[in-house]
Ligand binder design. Sequence first.
Ligand code: SAM
Ligand code: SF4
Length: 327
Amino acid sequence: MAQFEDSFQRKFYYLRLSLTDVCNFKCTYCLPDGYKTEDKRPQFLSLPEIQRVVTAFANCGTSKVRLTGGEPSLRRDFSDIIHLVSSTPGIDKVAMTTNGFRLEKSAFEWRQAGLTNINVSVDSLDPRMFHQITGENKFRQVMRGIEQALAVGFSQIKVNVVLLKGLNDRQLPAFLNWIRDLPIQLRFIELMQTGEMDHFFHRHHVSGQSVYQQLQQDGWIPKVRACHDGPAKVLTHPDYQGEIGFIMPYEKDFCTSCNRLRVSAKGKLHLCLFGESGIELRDLLQHDDQQSALIERIQYGLGEKAVSHFLHDGDSGMTPHLASIGG
Ligand code: SAM
Ligand code: SF4
C-alpha cells in the first residue's frame, strides 16, 4: 500500500497517538489549573479502535508509535495497549511520553508488554522547583522510576526538559553532571505558546539556540543526522555517556524534517501540533472492513498539510494546551 506522504514529499513513519486528555499533574506551561472537562464521561479510543487506527498507519509505512496524552499511564488498559501496538505487523518501536509517576511500579510490566522507548518529563533536578513547575511533589518518585526503567533494561530513555527562563535555565550544570555517567538523552524543549498561555510564555520563553551554542563552545559536538531523524538537533561529548537533544520549533526549517502525524484521544487526525481542528477518523474505526476508507481519508487530509506552522506569527492554531492532542 502507498506510504503516507504529503505534497512536500515528506514521508510519515511516526504516529503519535494520544490515549487520554486526562492528567494528574498541573504543569504551569500545560495544565496550570489541572485537568478540567465539561464532559462527564469522556470516551477515549477503545482497544479495537486503537488497533484499527494503528493497523492503517502500519500498512502505509508507519514503523514507530508513541503513546502519549495527557498522562497515558492513567489508562487502566495501558499495558494491553502497549501489547496490542507492539504486536501490530510493521511496528518495530513503541515509545511513550510520561510524567513518570507510575514508572517505578510498572516499568518491568511495560517492557514485557513490548514498550521499547521511554521519554520522561523532568523539568528540574531540584525537588522544590520540580514541585513548583509540575504542581506535584513527586520528584523522588519520578527519579526512582527512571532508575527502575534503566534497571529493567530500557536503554533508550530520554528526559524531556522544557526550558524556562528564570526557573530551570540556571540548572544546566546540574543536568550536565547528571548525564556524565548515565546513558540518557536530555531533550531540551523550547517553550511553545499555546492558546491558553500568553503572559507565562513571554515571561519564561528562552531560545534553545542560545543554550545550544553555549554547549558547542564547551566542546559538545553536533551528531550527524540519520535520514529518518525528526527535528531534534543532538549534541554529544566524549566525556559524557549521555547526549543532549534540542527541540526548537521556532527555528527556521524546523518543519522540513517533519515525519510525524498525530491522532487525538478521541480519534481526530492532527496534521500539525499547531494546526486547526483536526480530521475526524472515529466513524471509520468502528469495523474492520473500513480500512480502505480510513486510509483514503488520511491520505486526502495529508494533501492539506501545510509546509510549516505559523508559530512565528503568534498563531498556535486551535491547540489550547499540549495535553489536548498529545505533545
Ligand atoms: N504527560 C506526559 C508528560 O508530561 O510527559 C505526556 C504528555 S506532555 C503534553 C508531552 C510533552 O510536552 C512533555 O514533555 C511536556 O513537558 C511537553 N509540553 C507540554 N506543554 C508544552 C509547551 N507549552 N511547550 C513545550 N513543551 C510542552
Ligand atoms: Fe500533564 Fe504532561 Fe501536561 Fe504536565 S506536561 S500537565 S504531566 S500532560
